[in-house]
Ligand binder design. Sequence first.
Ligand code: NDP
Length: 284
Amino acid sequence: MQIIDGKQTAADVRLEVKQEVEALRIRTGKIPGLAILIVGENPASKIYVRSKVKSCEEVGIYGINDELPADISESALLERIAYWNAREDIDGILVQLPLPPHIDEKKVIDAIELTKDVDGFKPENLGLLFLGDKDSLKSCTPLGVLELLKRYRIPIAGKNAVIVGRSNIVGKPMAGLLITESATVTVCNSHTKNLGAVTAGADILVAAMGKAKFIKGDMVKEGAVVIDVGINRGAEGLCGDVDFAEVAPKTSFITPVPGGVGPMTVAMLMKNTLHAFRINKKII
Ligand code: NDP
């Protein structure tokens, strides 16, 4: 069993981004810019935003934290996005989710310029991902999972991949990416019958359900690769969707929580912002 070190891999990715940002700064005189919009005072969201801004500083991206009041109207938020869309020095716009209930998430995502959608949440970008387009902006968490599999040289083509969870930000784009990599993909949801039998057929199992330690040893095949996307906050701190103590001994590779997929998400955001910079500034 080998533990996949997401923290180290994320640091490697950030260093590569940093070097490329610096090289492009010397060549063009410009650096990528990322605007991170946060509405209200959600403590978990604030932690995520802080780590994103810190990563920007580390890699040489101009990162702005645009803090907006919890009672901002939907139209005022849309105007704010229009402002960042128009800013030439801003290549990526990210609206930290969840938003307060009086704001329509879909309208907000629709308002972001396609080439600045560094979260890859817009329908066009998700569609392009499913078409196997190489250059579109793709959702950071699934992209981070794929990066881990590739950097650990884990074969994907021809493998049975099972994803537990079908959300628009994790499960669905994960499926699209693994289909493009020629895996045979099964996507499970809360209606899936006999989930344990389905997951036990997985060569690559991606758990993205948001249920603490739900995946047990008997649900996993001997030698499987297990990627735990889940982040659950409990009395003992953070844990994933996988019961690590039970499952890890059966696997060939497994990601821990924390220190697995989580740090990769932010590293891929940096990579996406650099990619958006290249698109927006037409740099080849
Ligand atoms: P959602 O709540 O949007 O989706 C959860 C999915 O899991 C749904 O499709 C749901 O099915 C499915 N599900 C729930 N229970 C079961 C079950 N018993 N059997 C089968 N399927 C089930 O969550 P997200 O996709 O946004 O996030 C998933 C997890 O990943 C969370 O813990 C989240 O915190 C974490 N996360 C981690 C990130 C990272 O950077 N590491 C980034 C984003 C998320 P149905 O559709 O039928 O309801």
